[in-house]
Design a protein around this ligand. Structure first.
Ligand code: MG
Length: 158
């Protein structure tokens, strides 16, 4: 078994939605990003890569590469999963945390969980999505941006 962690931040910018775990969530702002700026999927990708000893998202999917301009971040997760599969690894479970004052996750939590489970090819019970604020402290508390953490466990394929 192998464990990995990931962390990601994006600043808010102009827009009317944010992508969270592959789900479009209406918001008063978008995020500044080269890809679609999905912090949950970026943290998840880094956790997957970390667990496999494969470096980080920036090494595999450069944020200067025109291929990834406006990209659906689901691609990063799926491409990473293919690398894991080639190494005989699969996902045991994943635990993700959104750090933000807004938007609130509640109404979207189950949809995000289902989408992440689909991307990871596991059952929804193997995925947990939670959220916290930072008690109005720091850049997250001032709602200048949004952050996410992810932890995954990889197991050897049977
Ligand atoms: Mg990112």
């Amino acid at each position: 078994m192998r464990v990995g962690s990931g962390f990601d931040v994006h600043a808010f910018g102009p827009g009317e939605h944010v992508m969270l775990g592959g789900v479009r969530v209406p918001h008063t702002h978008g995020v500044l990003a080269h890809s679609d700026g999905d912090v949950l999927l970026h943290a998840l990708t880094d956790a997957l890569l970390g667990a496999a000893g494969l470096g980080d998202i920036g090494q595999h999917f450069k944020d200067t590469d025109p291929r990834w301009k406006g990209a659906d971040s689901a691609h990063f997760v799926q491409a990473t999963l293919a690398m894991l599969r080639a190494r005989g690894l699969r996902v045991g479970n994943a635990d993700l945390t959104l750090l933000a004052e807004r938007p609130k996750l509640g109404a979207f939590r189950e949809a995000i969980r289902a989408r992440i489970a689909e991307l990871l090819e596991v059952s929804p019970e193997a995925v947990n999505v939670k959220a916290t604020t930072t008690e109005q402290l720091g850049f997250l508390g001032r709602a200048e941006g949004i952050a996410a953490q992810a932890v995954v466990l990889l197991t050897d394929s049977p």
